[in-house]
Structures are given as C-alpha cells and as structure tokens.
Design a protein around this ligand. Structure first.
Ligand code: PLP
Length: 295
C-alpha cells in the first residue's frame, strides 16, 4: 500500500550534462519535515508545479507537463528546469508504484530560500483523490468572477497568468465558495464576459456536433488533458475547435465537462442551477481514452 513518498532534488542548470543523474536526487521520508524554514514556496507561494497522473503504472503526458513546467519557469523568471533530471526522478518514482491504481505525482520547483544560492525542487507521489463519483454522476458548477479581462495577460505579464504557480489560495477559496452555494466546482469567467477555466481544470463544451474549448490564451493554462483530448478528437475527425467562449453560451451547451490530469473528465450536470444534459456514453469514451497510456 503506497502512502506518500517524496524525493528532494538538487536542481541542475538546464543543459548541464551531469551523469549519472541518480546522484542528484534522493528519496526522503515524506512523514518528516524536509524543506528549510525560509522557503519562498511556503512563505510567498513563489514557485511552480505540475501534477501528473500515474494510471496503472504509467505516467501520463510527462512531456506535455515538462513543457508547461518550462513555460511556467520562463514566465516566473525561474531557472529553466533540467528536463533529463526531472525525467529521471519521474522514472524512479513510477518504478516504485504498483502496476494498478491511480496516483498523483507532483513536481515542484520553488525559488528556494530567500537570498539562497539555488532554487529548491522536489517531487511527491500520493494516491489520487477519489474522482469516481464525479466521473460517473457528474458535478454541479457555479460561474464565479475572476476579476480581469480575458486578454489581460499580454498587457500585464507580472500577474503570471498562464503560469502554473504555487499561489492557489484563490483557486481553493473559489471551490469553497462553490460548496457554500451548493455546488461542487467553479467555472471562472472574465470581466469582459468570457469563459476562462476551472480553479483546477479546463472547460470542454459540446454545441450540436461540435466540441469547443476556450482558446488557451496567455490568461489561462493550456491544459495537458485538453490538449491530449483535442488531439485525439481531431485524429478521429470529430469537429472540435479552440475558440473564445462567451459566458452566455454556457447554458446553451448540449453537454459540458471539467477536465484535468488526475480527475480526467467530469460531466457537468448544472451551471448556476440551470440543468445541463449529460452524455454518459461520450463521458465514458473520453475517460476510456484518458485512462489509456498516453505520451
Ligand atoms: N487550469 C488550471 C488553473 C489548473 O490548475 C489545471 C490543473 O490543475 C488545469 C487547468 C488543467 O490542467 P491539466 O489538464 O494539465 O491537469
């Protein structure tokens, strides 16, 4: 039975050809404290992360997650991650997992200790939260204001929109607000009336024969699940497009889902108390694809 385990990593400069890489990270006791007081990740949320699903012994979409880690690092002026080093830690962690079951593998790269010489990096693995009910029975969502226009990122890069930073307090507060309103999750909407994303997910909608998802502008994350599912749909010649989605379109949808790496696809049964049709066969097909080994 896997509880939680963790590796501390000495982050190498990108491009550094150190071998063997195994000497640059070590497993630590996940029940013991491992980070230093003064860590900017804990004091200021100053760092970035990725959560990868490991399903039946297979780490899903590792390269897409590493590409986003790289993009987040660039947006946050963090040193570029050493990708072979991260791949080596992921491989070692996955090798220690059972061949069945679902796990969440989290990679974290923080700015390190204040005035310290180097960033801090670590990786944890834990059993996934149980999304079986959400996948099967669906979720109710509410729309909540995010407080900025959907094109703000280009004008205000210091807001780090589009980077997957550790500063998730607002995202978690939004989910608590949804619960207060009798719902399970959230769709954030922009001040100029567009659908953005969930606090930990991407929105996918069906209108008639077409599947639609918000264009990954710099103001929202480009979801690895969104990307993978859309590549799959396009390969099957399913009519599927990325475009800006006005909020008013939400309740006209013929079906809708929140998708993310660990949850996979959860059908939305109601948006702001307006019931939405669900398509159980299509949800099952999405989740069958998302559970299959994917690179
Ligand atoms: N948007 C936000 C804000 C997220 O936090 C996440 C995942 O946690 C996603 C979208 C979906 O990304 P992915 O499909 O890569 O898990």
């Amino acid at each position: 039975m896997v509880d939680v385990f963790a590796f501390l990593i000495e982050p190498l400069p990108a491009g550094d050809a150190v071998t063997p890489l195994a000497g640059t990270f070590r497993e630590v006791d996940a029940r013991e404290p491992a980070l230093r007081v003064g860590e900017l990740s804990t004091q200021r949320g100053d760092g970035i992360f990725e959560t990868v699903a490991v399903i039946n012994g297979y780490a899903q979409e590792v390269e897409a997650h590493l590409a986003r880690l790289q993009r987040s690092a660039a947006l946050c002026d963090l040193p570029a991650p050493h990708l072979p080093q991260w791949r080596a830690v992921v491989a070692q962690a996955v090798a220690a997992l059972p061949r069945s079951g679902e796990f969440a593998l989290r990679m974290v790269l923080s700015r390190g200790v204040e005035h310290g010489p180097a960033p801090t990096a670590w990786l944890t693995v834990a059993p996934s939260a149980d999304f079986a009910g959400a996948r099967e029975w669906g979720i109710r969502v509410v729309t909540l204001e995010r407080g900025y226009a959907h094109d703000l990122a280009e004008r205000a890069p210091w807001l780090l929109l589009g980077a997957k930073t550790l500063s998730y307090a607002v995202n978690m507060a939004a989910i608590r607000e949804a619960r207060r309103r009798g719902a399970d999750d959230v769709i954030f909407v922009s001040s100029d009336g567009f659908v953005l994303e969930g606090p930990t997910s991407t929105v996918i909608l069906r209108f008639g024969a077409q599947i639609v998802t918000p264009r990954p502008s710099a103001s929202i994350l480009h979801g690895t699940t969104q990307l993978s599912l859309f590549e799959h749909l396009q390969a099957q010649d399913t009519d599927s497009i990325y475009r800006d989605v006005p909020v008013a379109d939400l309740v006209r949808a013929d079906a809708a889902w929140l998708v993310s790496s660990v949850r996979l696809a959860a059908p939305i049964t109601a948006i702001d108390d307006t019931p939405l049709p669900t398509r159980p066969d299509e949800t099952a097909a999405f989740n069958e694809y998302l559970r299959s080994p994917r690179d």
